[in-house]
Write a protein that binds this ligand. Structure first.
Ligand SMILES: [Zn+2]
Ligand SMILES: [Zn+2]
Length: 273
């Protein structure tokens, strides 16, 4: 039975893969007939994000915690400070700072959700360019030597087709003029969706879930770890942890959006040890 289940599962994955190939081809042909506009709202003009969408997404804001990316009131903490705010002080994240465009709400939330779809690569690339325009000056001064996307497990990759984090990492690496490598860090095993799990189950779910391939060494390198959304920080923490174990001198996290801590999701310090 197990054998047949495996065969059925692999047939399903293969069918999904072929269907996506057809969809990509159809999209390519449609683009030839109808030149693309703004990848988020479809407005005519450039194939980059239009001015309206850029305005809605915002530029990252000045009053945010440099450690966790949460929005703060003025005077509470310097944006570039690594000291942390009341949401994140005391935790032991393996990454040392967060760069982000904004909070996971409004047009940015919509963009992140749509960025997961099969044909969303142009949208994600545009978001990456906008990220660079808003946060590039800061990123460029950090001495980053390598960009690494948070990886997906191979089975998810077959189903989802593209990894937003990879597309974003590619754009940022090109702009920073440093390498981007999606092969160094691997998702060692399939893990359940974090959002439905309690703190203790999140810990168990992600424990040892990442590995650095082929004993790659990152001695002293400042790594920019890239993901689409920062929720509890657990995923990024575990990914950064193995990068540090491989010798990375420092890990900075770049995400499009940070889920607001006040949205019933206070950052759980017990996630980190
Ligand atoms: Zn638009
Ligand atoms: Zn903070």
């Amino acid at each position: 039975m197990v054998f047949f289940r495996r065969i059925r599962s692999r047939s399903y994955l293969a069918a999904q893969w072929l269907a996506r190939g057809g969809l990509r081809l159809a999209t390519l042909l449609a683009d030839l007939v109808y030149p693309p506009g703004c990848p988020l709202c479809g407005a005519d003009g450039s194939s980059q994000l239009c001015a309206g969408c850029r305005g809605g997404i915002g530029r990252g804001g000045n009053f945010r915690c440099g450690r966790c990316g949460q929005t703060l009131g003025p005077h509470l903490v310097s944006p570039e400070s690594g000291r942390g705010c009341s949401s994140c002080q005391g935790n032991r994240w393996a990454f040392s700072a967060v760069e982000r465009l904004g909070l996971y709400e409004g047009p940015l939330r919509e963009a992140c959700i749509r960025g997961k779809s099969v044909v969303a690569e142009p949208l994600v690339a545009s978001l990456g360019e906008w990220f660079w325009e808003c946060r590039g000056e800061r990123l460029g001064g950090l001495g980053i030597g390598l960009v690494i996307p948070v990886p997906q497990h191979w089975s998810k990759r077959l189903l989802v087709d593209h990894n937003q984090a990879e597309t974003l990492a590619g754009v940022l690496a090109r702009r920073l003029r440093v390498p981007s490598d999606r092969h160094i860090l691997a998702k060692a095993r399939w893990t359940r969706d974090q959002s439905s799990l309690s703190a203790s189950k999140r810990r168990a779910n992600l424990r040892d879930s990442f590995r650095v391939r082929k004993n790659n060494r990152l001695d002293g390198v400042h790594v920019l770890l890239v993901d689409d959304v920062l929720t509890t920080g657990t995923t990024a923490h575990h990914a950064a942890r193995v990068l540090k174990k491989a010798g990375a001198g420092r890990v900075t996290l770049a995400v499009l959006a940070v889920v607001p801590a006040v949205a019933g999701r206070a950052i759980d310090r017990s996630d980190f040890w």
